[in-house]
Design a protein around this ligand. Sequence first.
Ligand code: KIV
Length: 259
Amino acid sequence: MNSKIIKILKKKNKSKIICLTTYSKNVAEAIDPYTDIILVGDSLGSVLYNYPTTRKVTLEQMIEHSKSARLGVKNSLMVVDMPYRTYANKRIALKNAKRIMNETKCDAIKIEGGSSIIKIVEYLIKNKIPLMGHLGILPQSVKGKFKFKGKKTKERNKIFNDAKLLQDKGVFSIVLECVETTLSKQITKSLKIPTIGIGSSQNCDGQVLVLDDLIGLNETKTKFVKKFGRVKKNISQAAKSFKKEVLSKKYPTKKYSYN
Ligand code: KIV
């Protein structure tokens, strides 16, 4: 097993796991000293390309962004999302997973779903693809508004059983997206592998956020997103200062010219 995955597994019940998304090299470089896992998520569809859902994201987009991110990831475990329809059956899934692993040199792959994709999960793991699961809200399957998961008993049981099933088949951790607080606690306590929460409370073994949201580059107002920065404002401020200095001929001075 990849030594970085072993490190992540050992953190269970000891120390929180820090995971962030990125889609490019410079950002990966900036966050890598502070993360255990860097995820090249298919959220790039909505965050960068303004797609209404992640379903339009292609394998090629994931590969190109991951290749860029790879250049900046040194210490963290790098995980890449398999986009919609790229794991429609076992054969297609393995071909595409191998392509992602080979071309991006990532450490692991993430796919969305539980019992409905369990044969695919089993097949990928049997063929030595390290896998991260994803339960709760599954953005590739949602039509319309996102609602948190685990309010009703039937839904709670399904997510809980799916988590157990994924663990039994060999995933090394599971992202829980917008899972109700007591359910995320129950799942995290019952599993030997770590859970990584997004909008799923303190009860998970780790936390993940979309970087553009937490740095304030993406102006989302999602309940679970705390803004840790104001990067969009900083960019506007820099552009404004540049414009002012160019118009007033303050920039470029001799110092910034070839003489
Ligand atoms: O695509 C993504 O960025 C994700 C995270 C939100 C977990 O799946």
